[in-house]
Write a protein that binds this ligand. Structure first.
Ligand code: MN
Ligand code: MN
Length: 467
């Protein structure tokens, strides 16, 4: 055999998915990612994602599980947990005892949250104090347009939804940074201390309340505007959840338009691709379950995070309504189940090549990225997928001609990270991380490849459809 032929036969292939792509397929990819960008523009927070996803699911016949007395094969149900996380299921033709096929992504993204007492005035300007959420590089969040999204709940339960900065006619907000002329000391600091946590204060006004002179007249004017528009007073911030997110829209990127630049693609790209895959499935053999979780960016804790037992309760409720529940059945089902932990992967960035190990890095444009394990410092904290399970997933992907690559999160000992994979793995589920590679992950504007987005959708679809 000639060396070239042998190489073709024996080497792992690693070309870009765009190579030799048919015009028709490219159009399909561009059409799909157009819709993805629309979805991102409508939903920047976990509450908005859940709201939008509920609408999409109901259009496809999904019902709130609370409204179903009994369930049977083919039924489509969802459960929404406190407006922030959501579980969807299509009951399979096979007995659920044989296990379920889960794909789980998360709707929360790094951002700035308002503190409980955020409003203050200084030097004739009104500000809102923030506490950052998730792993951010703080300097990236200054001098960019920010929008305010969230809810304020009054003691009587009345909920006021706020979105300011998304409509072209809305004002936006920003966090100021020091001019270079006076930044000698600041520029000498380490990058992580260049902007400090307590410096992330949002500038929101500068006109004093008119009339007789009072202290804090600018703050008063802002509160008056808020009171006229939303009927709130300063104390109402205490029972609010208000998030500052970039006011940028999702856009096509590059002269060839091959990429998407958008806020929150970690992990909304996996939410969208898994959700749209699920919504097209009719009568799966194995029960198909989709998780849209919350609080992944801060460790999955709390009653909307994946560490809570609410997901178990959802599956138990399915068993109750299938009228087959009995002690320990839930545990047995988890031990028979498979899962793709759908979370984004760090894409190889040649500008920062030194932190990656090229043979085990995810590249944009080469399809969906599989991470056998995550963790840090000797795989610590990782859920390491079993070789047998990786083979099962390979078989599904290779049969469906899904382009995939297998990667690690960076070089050994340079850092690390985690996902929700270990939480389900601890219940006995076979899990592997499987998502879209992202450039500038956790930055206000993250970059993905349209090819990979579409391939993720195809991969998730193949996982649920295989028998
Ligand atoms: Mn993530
Ligand atoms: Mn993340």
């Amino acid at each position: 055999m000639k060396a070239e032929e042998l190489k073709e036969k024996l080497f792992r292939k690693g070309n870009t998915g765009w190579e030799g792509i048919e015009e028709e397929k490219k159009e399909e990819i561009f059409k799909y990612t157009e819709k993805y960008m629309e979805y991102l523009n409508k939903s920047k927070t976990e509450r908005e994602i859940v709201k939008e996803s509920k609408k999409m699911a109901e259009k496809k016949g999904f019902k709130n599980i609370a409204e179903c007395k009994k369930l049977k094969a083919g039924d489509k149900v969802y459960y929404i947990n406190r407006e922030k996380s959501m579980y969807l299921a299509i009951i399979g033709q096979k007995s659920i005892e044989e296990g379920i096929n889960i794909i789980g992504a998360h709707a929360d993204s790094p951002r700035l949250d308002l503190k409980p007492n955020p409003l203050y005035e200084e030097a004739g300007m009104a500000y809102l104090k923030t506490h950052y959420y998730g792993g951010i590089k703080k300097y990236q969040w200054t001098t960019i347009p920010l929008a305010i999204h969230g809810v304020i709940v009054k003691p009587n339960g009345e909920k006021i939804e706020i979105t300011i900065g998304e409509d072209e006619k809305d004002p936006i907000f920003t966090i100021t940074d020091l001019l270079p002329h006076l930044a000698m000391e600041q520029m000498e600091r380490k990058l992580k201390e260049g902007i400090k946590g307590e410096d992330l204060n949002l500038l929101i006004g500068s006109i004093p309340y008119k009339g007789e002179k009072v202290q804090e007249a600018v703050k008063l004017n802002i509160l008056n505007i808020l009171n006229e528009k939303y009927g709130i007073t300063e104390i109402d911030f205490v029972s609010s959840e208000i998030e500052l997110v970039p006011a940028f829209r999702a856009r096509s990127m590059g002269l060839d338009k091959s990429m998407v630049a958008a806020y929150g693609q970690d992990d909304k790209v996996c939410v969208y691709t898994s959700l749209t895959a699920l919504l097209e499935i009719e009568k799966p053999e194995t029960t198909a379950v989709c998780i849209i979780s919350d609080k992944e960016e801060i460790g999955s804790m709390g009653n909307t995070g994946m560490e809570s037992h609410v997901f178990d309760t959802f599956i138990s409720e399915i068993l109750n309504k299938l009228e087959i529940n009995r002690p320990n059945l839930l545990d047995k089902i988890f031990c028979n189940s498979k899962m793709l932990s759908a979370d984004v992967d760090a894409a190889y960035d040649p500008i920062y090549a030194s932190v990656f190990e090229k043979n085990n890095a995810g590249f944009i444009g080469k399809g969906i990225g599989l991470n056998k394990y995550t963790g840090a410092r000797g795989k610590s904290g990782a859920s390491d997928a079993n070789a047998e399970f990786v083979a099962t997933i390979r078989n599904i992907f290779e049969t469906a001609k899904i382009k995939y690559e297998v990667a690690e999160l960076g070089r050994v000992d340079v850092g690390g990270g985690g996902t929700i994979a270990y939480i389900l793995a601890n219940k006995g589920v076979d899990v592997i991380d499987c998502g879209v590679p992202v450039l500038s992950m956790h930055a206000p504007y993250e970059v993905t490849s349209k090819f990979d987005i579409y391939e993720a959708y195809r991969a998730y679809s193949a996982f649920w459809k295989h028998v």
